[in-house]
Each structure stands twice: as C-alpha cells, then as structure tokens.
Ligand binder design. Structure first.
Ligand SMILES: [Zn+2]
Length: 370
C-alpha cells in the first residue's frame, strides 16, 4: 500500500468535514491495521466552511484570487479603493506578507487582499485572529502583491462567497504501540487537504511516511516507551485536529504521558529540508542525525525552532518537545497542480529515516521540555 496514491490520487481533494476526508480517515486506519496496529478514531465536532471561488478585478482587469477559509462573504460584489495596511506573518518560517484593504468612499473596509503566505501563486489559506473574526478576504499572488504596492488608491471589485457549515464531525486516526513505559512519543501527519487541492505533497507524503514509520516500529520489539501514531484531521483549517486531540488528552490527563511529538508535513518535494524543532536540544539532535545520514550534502538544510502552521506547534505550545520534518518551498503548494509526478522517493525515504532516528533516540531518552 502506498498512501501517496491512495490519498493524493484515488481519494484526492479531502477537505475537513467532507465525505472524502472520511474516506481518507478510513484509509489511514486500514494502513495502521495492515501494520499490525489497532487503530481507533478520536472524533470531534467541527464547524466547517464551504468556499466558493472568489472574484477580483483591479482597475477593470481580472486578477487571480484564492479563497480565505472562514472568510465572511461580501454583500454581492463590492467596489472600492485599495490601500496598503501593512504586513503580517504567521510566524516561524512564514515571511512577512502584504495586507491590503479595499475601502469605500468613507474609508470603511469592504474586503482584504492578502499576499500569499510564501509569496507564490494565489492559494487557499487562512488568516485572522480566529476563524470567527475574519471579514471578507482573498489571497493574491506574491507577484500581484508587489504590483499592487505601486497602485495605491486603485479601484477594486471583490466578491467573496462562502458559508459556515455547522454540525460536522471529524476524526483523528490514532494507533498506539505500547512500550515498556507509559511515557509516549506522538508521531503524526495530517491527512486532510485544502480547497480543490489533492494534497499529494501536502500531506499524502507525510501520511505515507507515518505509515512506513508505524510499520517499522510495529514490526520490531516492544519499545522502551510507547508510540502513539496519529493521522490528524483538519490541519489545513488551523491545526484543529491536533488542537482537539491535545485538548481532550489534557482533560483526561493523558497528555502528561506525552514526552515529544515528531510530525511529518510535505516530505517528498521542495527546495529545502526544513527541520523545525523546539527546544534547542531537540533541534540539535535532528541536526546531528541529518548530518550522519549525509542530508547536509544532499539538500539545502535549514534547522530552526518549532513554528506555527503545523500540527507539532500546538504540542510545543503545551511545553512538549516537538519537531517537524518537511521539504519545503515549491510552486504547486496548496494548488490543484500537486501531482504524483512531483514526488521524490529519495526525499520521502530520507525524511522517514531522519524521523526514525529521532524517534528511536526519544524512546531511549526524551529531551527535557524547554
Ligand atoms: Zn500540510
């Protein structure tokens, strides 16, 4: 079984809350069962969002626009003038990105135009303080954002359309390999994808990596500490699956067992090998293992602290050592053009190997929380 094909091609687009996401959860559970584990679902309630394709015209010309999840709709098509408000960064390795307002004659904001978070094409993404506090917004490409800087006051027509969908449920797929100690290391990858995105790279590759790691450890002896493998749901709408699992684990007291999280996100395509881990002692370990495997010679390697926008981060926020392995920086990110041809087996195998070394070291000796 190869979950890159199952999730990325056979199931394809699998946005949180949709039947396709449900099928993806079943596929992850089946893969865990094939590895000899006994998976179960951690279910949670979800307010979903159904985006329509946004429309944007600048000075009468149609520009590309990607939908912003949980954006409020505009009242039909609105028209105003563009003013640059400043920049925003999600943090971590997300660069500063322009934020523009479209304002009416009285200066009231009608909509926002947000530069794509990595400066690439107009993609579906998230913004705002929280989902419930997002006005009408669309994403524009990095190149268009640069163009727009020189067009202060230009006229814009925007149409944002989308609806909140209450009453949905989503499922994290969990499988534990019991160790000699109750202390546990979480190994995770999110299985959902974005609006119209088949998520072949992001993150069918990470889930396939998770499957291989689970298979490897399940086929070995009993580990010194426990391993909890989790296919997280709903990452693309704000790491909702991991946050929900952490919340419920905190309620039951189970979170106290968790000594680390090792997360895989986009591991088979991209310009750089990104190893993002906190505290520093965890990043140092990852850097050593990457060196031992010769990955410094093979890739442009970046080692840094845990950053937001991935499922490891909510663990980090709880003071749990957390690492993400990722190959990142690619043009097809979050787009329908994430295709099977992009997948580099070498990158995938190397990611699995470096993650496995880190997991083995954590099973022997966790790092102290930072
Ligand atoms: Zn992802």
């Amino acid at each position: 079984m190869n979950l890159v094909e199952t999730l990325g091609v056979e199931i394809g687009v699998r946005q949180a809350g949709t039947p396709a996401a449900g099928r993806a959860a079943e596929a992850v559970a089946e893969a865990f069962r094939d590895a000899g584990l006994e998976p179960y679902f951690h279910e949670f309630g979800l307010l979903g969002y159904e985006a329509d394709e946004p429309e944007l015209e600048i000075d009468g010309e149609r520009w590309d626009a990607g939908p912003c999840m949980y954006a409020s709709p505009t009242d039909g098509t609105v028209e105003g003038r563009v003013r640059r408000l400043g920049t925003h960064s999600i943090g971590g390795f997300f660069p500063e990105a322009d934020v523009f307002a479209v304002e009416d004659e009285s200066g009231r904001e009608l909509a926002r135009l947000l530069m794509s978070p990595f400066g690439g094409p107009a993609i579906p993404f998230l913004t705002g303080a929280r989902q419930i506090a997002v006005g009408p917004a669309v994403f524009i490409s990095g190149a268009d954002s640069i163009r727009l800087r020189d067009l202060e006051g230009v006229s814009a027509r925007v149409r944002v359309s989308g609806r909140f969908v209450p009453g949905l449920t989503e499922r994290n797929v969990v499988a534990e390999l019991r160790g000699r100690s109750d202390d546990a290391v979480v190994v995770s990858a999110h299985y959902d994808s974005v609006w119209r995105g088949p998520g072949v790279v992001d993150n069918a590759t990470g889930v396939e990596g998770l499957r291989r790691i689970a298979e490897g450890f399940a086929g070995g002896g009993q580990p010194g500490r426990s391993l909890i493998f989790i296919g997280f749901a709903a990452e693309e709408i704000g790491c909702i699956g991991s946050r929900s699992w952490i919340f419920d684990s905190e309620v039951t007291g189970e979170l106290g067992r968790i000594k680390a999280c090792v997360n895989l996100d986009c591991i088979a395509h991209g310009e750089r090998l990104e190893l993002m881990a906190s505290p520093r002692a965890l990043a140092d370990r990852l850097a050593v293992f990457a060196g031992e495997l010769g990955l410094r010679d093979r890739y442009d390697l970046n080692v840094g602290p845990a950053g937001p926008g991935v499922d490891a981060y909510p663990f980090h926020e709880k003071g749990i050592p957390a690492a993400t392995v990722s190959h990142f920086g690619y043009d097809e990110y979050h787009l329908p053009t994430e295709r099977l041809e992009l997948i580099d087996e070498q990158r995938l195998a190397d990611s699995v190997e470096v993650a496995t070394l880190l997991i083995e070291s954590l099973l022997e000796q966790p790092v102290e929380p930072g």
